[in-house]
Design a protein around this ligand. Sequence first.
Ligand code: NAP
Length: 237
Amino acid sequence: MVTGGSRGIGRAVATRLAAEGMPVVVNYKSNSAAAEDTRAAIEAAGGRCELLPFDTSDPTAIETAVEQWQAGHPDDYISVLVNNAGIRQDNIMVFMTDEQWHSVLDTSLDGFFYLTRRLVKSMMTHRNGRIVNVSSVSGLKGMPGQCNYSAAKAGLIGASKALAQEVAKRKVTVNVVAPGFIETDMTQDIPIDEIKRMVPMGRIGKPEEVAALVSFLASDESAYITGEVISINGGIL
Ligand code: NAP
């Protein structure tokens, strides 16, 4: 399952995992047209995809959606969870509204908690699971104008490291990817030329590059890696 799989990084991750033979469940919030495009692209390439819309910040919606999915797949469980859904609501701290603070934390951090708590049980029972959480360079270094986003993304890192230790014996790994600037709708409004000067490689990243990393962390080959944060940012230190 990939949350926020209708667009951007999540779409690239879902497409990559499907190309590797995994049936994927693509979550999104409201952009059904984009989600249908993701599904069509996966199916055209011979992959399997189903859509499961829910708002990651709504625990009741998560419970209902997961129950509904499980009822339709009584013999299956979600063995790979990519917590990717996220939003930006930038503002400097002195002007930040409660809404801006909570919406960002609720979507990324609370969403990770509600959904992972629900799905990790089956992974533990089956003694097999991969959880990959999408943080950000902002969660590692902090970014001005992003106290909410930096807090959400740093929180994901702490929670991932704790959870990794809780579930390691059951062969469930929990890792974090921390992208820098990646070309998606989320970064449409950033001054690209200025950003390129900040990045040693002189370019912004592609969603497919993040997807390749997530795919490795979701594979059997990464079995001995857990509790790690891997940056993917063109050399920003
Ligand atoms: P994006 O292009 O804006 O796509 C966001 C995705 O998240 C969409 O699929 C959206 O669904 C979904 N989403 C948003 N709120 C949701 C909610 N409440 N419930 C369920 N789904 C929700 O973003 P992106 O750039 O691909 O970012 C993906 C992740 O990478 C985010 O966590 C972001 O913070 C992180 N990240 C991005 C960058 C970057 O430079 N782009 C860098 C570092 C980290 P709808 O289509 O329905 O709106």
